[in-house]
Design a binder for this molecule. Structure first.
Ligand SMILES: NC(=O)c1ccc[n+]([C@@H]2O[C@H](COP(=O)([O-])OP(=O)(O)OC[C@H]3O[C@@H](n4cnc5c(N)ncnc54)[C@H](OP(=O)(O)O)[C@@H]3O)[C@@H](O)[C@H]2O)c1
Length: 313
C-alpha cells in the first residue's frame, strides 16, 4: 500500500481507501448483510487500507456503528476515519440539509458516540445548506477542530462558488466530489481550484458507481431500492452509449495486463490534486483487487490514448 498526507493536516491515509456506504447503508441499498459489511472493513485493514469513508446518513447512523464496531479493536493511530454530517433525518424517513452550528455540533457528538471514538479525523459537510452561510457552519467546524473533536474539515457536493466561500479563511483540507473516467466535470473548475489552494480532492464514485467495474451488461438493472438507479449515468440511452466506451477501456486495460477497475483507479490517482480514492462495494474480494491499482503507472502516452477513448474519438 502507498500512503499520503491530506492537505493542511498531518493526517496520513492509504491512497486506496474504503467507501462504506454499503456497510449498513440500508437506506441506499437493498438486502445488505451487516456481518459482510464488517468483514469488508476488516479485510481492508488486513491489506493496509487505513482510510475509511462513512457518513451519518448511511443507514441513518448504522454505517458509523458497524464501522466503529470493527475499528474499536484497532490502535487509534492505525486508521483514519472520515465521516459526514449536516443532513437531519426524521422518523418518517425524510431528510433536510441542516448545517446550522447547533445541529452540526450535535451531529458530531452523535457520530463520535456511534463510532465509539473521541475524535474524527476528517469531518465533511455532506451537502451545502442554502439557509446557513458557510461562515457559520465552517466556523463551528473550526471550533470543533480547536476543541479536538475533529482533526480536519472537508466539504462535499459543492459548486466552485460554494467551495470558495467555505474556504474563505483557508480552513478546508479536503473536497469530496463526484469524479471518474465517465464524468470529468470536476476538471473544469473544482480540481484546478483544489490544486491552487492546497486542498486534497477525494473523488467519490471512482468506479462510476460500479460501471467501471466492467461487469455491467446492456440488460443490467439495479435492485428497486438501490439509490444509483436515479443517476443520469444509468438512464437507458446514456447507459448504452457509455457501455461502448467501457468496452474499449476494458480492452485497453487488458493490453496493459490489468483490469478495468484498476485502470480506473490508477487513472484517478494520476490526476494532479487527487490524493486518494475510496472505492466502495459489498464484496470483500474486490478490496484486494482494488488495492493493486497502486502498481499501475500510466505514461503520458497512455493517458492520451485513454483521453481519446473517453472522448469517443
Ligand atoms: N459525498 C457524497 O455525497 C458521496 C456520494 C456517493 C458515495 N460517496 C462515498 O464514496 C464511496 C465510493 O463511491 P460508491 O461506492 O458509491 O461507488 P464506486 O466506488 O464508484 O462503485 C462501487 C461499485 O463498484 C463495484 N466494484 C468495486 N470494486 C470492484 C471491482 N474490483 N470489480 C468490479 N466491481 C467493483 C461495487 O460492486 P459490489 O457492490 O458488487 O462489490 C459497487 O457496485 C462510497 O462508498 C461513499 O463512501 C460519497
Amino acid at each position: 500500500m502507498k500512503y499520503t498526507t491530506l492537505k493542511k493536516s498531518d493526517i496520513e491515509v492509504s491512497v486506496i481507501g474504503l467507501g462504506t456506504n454499503a456497510v449498513g447503508g440500508h437506506n441506499l441499498f437493498q438486502k445488505l448483510n451487516e456481518e459482510n459489511g464488517k468483514e469488508l472493513v476488516r479485510e481492508a485493514l488486513n491489506i493496509g487500507v487505513t482510510f475509511f469513508d462513512t457518513a451519518d446518513i448511511y443507514g441513518f447512523g448504522r454505517s458509523e456503528e458497524l464501522v466503529g464496531e470493527v475499528l474499536k479493536d484497532i490502535k487509534r493511530d492505525d486508521f483514519v476515519i472520515a465521516t459526514k454530517g449536516g443532513q437531519h433525518w426524521f422518523e418518517n424517513g425524510s431528510i433536510k440539509v441542516d448545517n446550522h452550528p447547533d445541529y452540526l455540533r450535535e451531529a458530531v457528538d452523535k457520530s463520535l458516540y456511534r463510532l465509539q471514538l473521541d475524535y474524527v479525523d476528517l469531518y465533511y459537510l455532506h451537502f451545502p445548506d442554502t439557509e446557513t452561510p458557510f461562515a457559520e457552519s465552517i466556523g463551528e467546524l473550526a471550533r470543533l477542530k480547536e476543541e479536538g473533536k475533529i482533526r480536519a474539515i472537508g466539504v462535499s457536493n459543492v459548486s466552485l462558488e460554494q467551495l470558495k466561500e467555505a474556504n474563505v479563511h483557508g480552513n478546508i483540507s479536503v473536497l469530496q466530489s463526484p469524479y471518474h473516467m465517465l464524468d470529468r466535470s470536476a476538471e473544469t473548475e473544482l480540481l484546478p481550484y483544489c490544486v491552487e489552494n492546497n486542498i486534497s480532492f477525494i473523488p467519490y464514485g471512482p468506479l462510476a458507481f460500479g460501471l467501471l467495474g466492467g461487469t455491467f451488461t446492456q440488460d443490467f438493472k439495479f435492485d428497486t431500492h438501490d439509490w444509483r438507479q436515479s443517476l443520469p449515468l444509468f438512464q437507458s440511452k446514456q447507459f448504452h452509449q457509455t457501455l461502448e466506451i467501457v468496452n474499449k477501456l476494458k480492452q485497453f486495460a487488458s493490453q496493459k495486463n490489468t483490469t478495468l477497475p484498476n485502470l480506473a483507479l490508477a487513472w484517478l490517482l494520476a490526476q494532479e490534486g487527487v490524493d486518494a480514492v475510496i472505492p466502495g462495494g459489498k464484496r470483500k474480494e474486490r478490496i484486494l483487487e482494488n488495492s493493486q491499482a497502486i502498481e499501475i503507472i500510466l505514461s503520458k502516452e497512455e493517458l492520451n490514448i485513454i483521453n481519446h477513448i473517453l472522448r469517443n474519438d
